[in-house]
Ligand binder design. Structure first.
Ligand SMILES: *Cc1c(COP(=O)(O)O)cnc(C)c1O
Length: 371
């Protein structure tokens, strides 16, 4: 088998969850494990987060929720957006907790719930400034009334989402105020909302007013920060390590230009190690031109040419590197570390996009200290 894989430290996920849960208490921690737990492997990560103190899970897609249910997870699983209308029956069948913001979807859910002889708890999403999905404040009160009056539905929560919680705490606090006002407006109509939630990782860690009853934390569980200045005193451990092994080694003269595009001449004669991982696995093609490095033998080594679909070439200078030597693309090796933040900085993106970009060709190996 190709020696390229992703190691996920479940002890780190559990410890990160425990630290965040402690920080946000008495608000509850809900673990966001959408997109295969940001590339870390959804089921083992969900279990580790729950072991660390998370009370509920949240996902983007019905399919993601079903995977968790099929694996035997029994905790509440919140859907973060509405699926297509025809998924309503599946939501009921798998006992997922839907978010609603359209009357159409609420009606379809209510019908499905009645057919299943259930009263389904739903969360209403209010748009307070993200402007992606969510009911406009004017539509949200009648929608809440519809839910409360429907015999198949129950209003379990009201929530919102932040577009700039990592950079603009004032805007974020105004969104929290809008959410609380909405809760008060419902109360004035005799509608009680059991749960209010708004915070993502940045809100949970940096805007205490946004914690409310629960926080929906993804990135922090994985040991990453939404921005460098977010809770720098809170120690979080990156859970992901992307690893491969040297597959081929050869000596090339000064001036040789390895790989596609022949983008760069070797500044001196060097040993070039070829490593079997490429852009089809989530190593961005432009990483070489952006100064990307990998770790071999505990040292940083520059990419010697363009990342290709299945392989990369690494300049190891005059060092004795052998076929089979461990290569770390992301994570720690000895005392050196390459972080998702480093890749993101080089590539002009965010760490979220880096970790979710690793594909299914890389098996996830989930590690626990006690095996
Ligand atoms: C992804 C997501 C989150 C989690 O965000 P992080 O920044 O990873 O903590 C929370 N809420 C919603 C609606 C999301 O889509």
């Amino acid at each position: 088998m190709r020696p390229s894989w992703i190691e996920v430290d479940l002890d780190a996920v559990e410890a990160n969850a425990a630290k965040i849960a402690e920080r946000v208490a008495p608000a509850a921690l809900w673990a966001v494990v959408k997109a295969d737990a940001y590339g870390h492997g959804d089921v083992p990560v969900a279990e580790a987060a729950l072991a660390g103190g998370a009370r509920c899970l949240a996902v983007a897609l019905v399919e993601e929720g079903v995977r968790l249910r099929e694996a035997g997870l029994r905790v509440p699983i919140l859907l973060l957006s509405e699926p297509p209308l025809d998924a309503a029956e599946e939501v009921v069948e798998w006992e997922l907790v839907p978010t609603v913001y359209r009357r159409d979807f609420a009606e379809r859910l209510g019908k499905a719930a009645l057919e299943a002889r259930r009263r389904l708890g739903v969360h209403l999403k209010l748009d307070t400034g993200m402007h992606r999905v969510g009911a406009a404040p004017a539509d949200a009160v009648p929608l809440a009334r519809f839910v409360v009056e429907h015999p198949g539905l129950r209003l379990e929560g009201v929530w919102t989402h932040f577009p700039v919680s990592e950079t603009d705490p004032d805007y974020t606090r105004r969104q929290v105020t809008a959410l609380v006002r909405f809760r008060d407006a419902l109360r004035a109509e005799g509608i009680e909302v059991p749960l209010l939630h708004a915070a993502n990782t940045a809100g949970a860690l940096a805007v205490p007013e946004s914690r409310l009853d629960a926080v929906r934390v993804g990135l922090g569980l994985y040991g990453l920060r939404p921005a460098p200045g977010i809770a720098p005193e809170l120690e979080l451990a990156p859970a992901m390590r992307v690893v491969s092994r040297v597959a081929y080694v050869r000596r090339l003269p000064r001036g040789a230009r390895p790989s596609y595009g022949r983008i760069r001449p070797l500044p001196r004669a060097a040993t070039i190690a070829t490593v079997p991982i490429g852009y089809a696995d989530g190593m961005p093609r432009r990483l070489a031109a952006a100064g990307g490095e990998v770790l071999i033998g505990g040292r940083r080594r520059p990419l010697a040419g363009m990342v290709t679909m299945d392989q990369i070439v690494v300049d190891v200078g005059d060092d004795d590197v052998q076929v089979g030597d461990e290569v770390v693309l992301l994570g720690r090796q000895g005392t050196e570390e390459i972080t998702a933040d480093e890749w993101a900085m080089r590539l002009g993106t965010i760490n979220y996009e880096i970790v979710t970009g690793f594909g299914p060709r890389l098996p996830r190996r989930h590690l626990r200290r006690d095996g």
